[in-house]
Design a protein around this ligand. Structure first.
Ligand SMILES: C[S@@+](CC[C@H](N)C(=O)[O-])C[C@H]1O[C@@H](n2cnc3c(N)ncnc32)[C@H](O)[C@@H]1O
Ligand SMILES: [Zn+2]
Length: 148
């Protein structure tokens, strides 16, 4: 019998996903999200959900990885009630883009995405944020997740 239980694979919440997606290990970082079917361009793929927190709580959780700033006041923490979109990794040549519509964070396809491809987003971290090296491996990788 193994001594340790295997880490459970995080799930995609089908309520917020418009296509079949799966979570798997990623060459970029730990977990990533993959298309389990072809996705056409310019389509809503998944909504980024989570706990809605105000500025004070966002500051307290600033060092945690699943925060998405919704607007000047609200932040969504995908660690609590996340749809699975919080596991999408950053890439400097992404296939998704985020759009905020009526208080919802939507991840849309930038181009046709084939079954099996990892879904990626340009996090566009500010150059004033802590610098984070990028491991996307794309020819046009800018070297950091932060904008230059
Ligand atoms: C929202 S999480 C993405 C999901 C993450 N792979 C996981 O398993 O929890 C964001 C974190 O993933 C890592 N990450 C995502 N994209 C990356 C990239 N292109 N290069 C290096 N690290 C990346 C960074 O540590 C970042 O803080
Ligand atoms: Zn990169």
């Amino acid at each position: 019998m193994p001594k340790h239980k295997a880490t459970p694979v995080p799930a995609i919440n089908l309520k917020y996903s418009c296509f079949r997606l799966r979570v798997g290990t990623s060459k970029i970082h730990r977990w990533g999200v993959y298309a389990a079917e072809d996705i056409p361009a310019n389509r809503k793929v998944i909504e980024y959900t989570g706990e809605k927190i105000g500025p004070r709580e966002a500051k307290r959780r600033a060092s945690t990885p699943y925060l998405f700033v919704l607007d000047d006041h609200w932040t969504i923490d995908g660690a609590v009630g996340g749809s699975g979109a919080q596991l999408v990794n950053h890439c400097c040549e992404p296939n998704l883009v985020s759009r905020i519509m009526k208080g919802h964070i939507l991840y849309m396809s930038l181009r046709a995405i084939h079954k099996g491809e990892e879904l990626t987003l340009d996090y566009n971290y500010d150059d004033t944020d802590e610098t984070m090296g990028c491991l996307c491996g794309k020819p046009k990788c800018r070297g950091t997740i932060n904008l230059k």
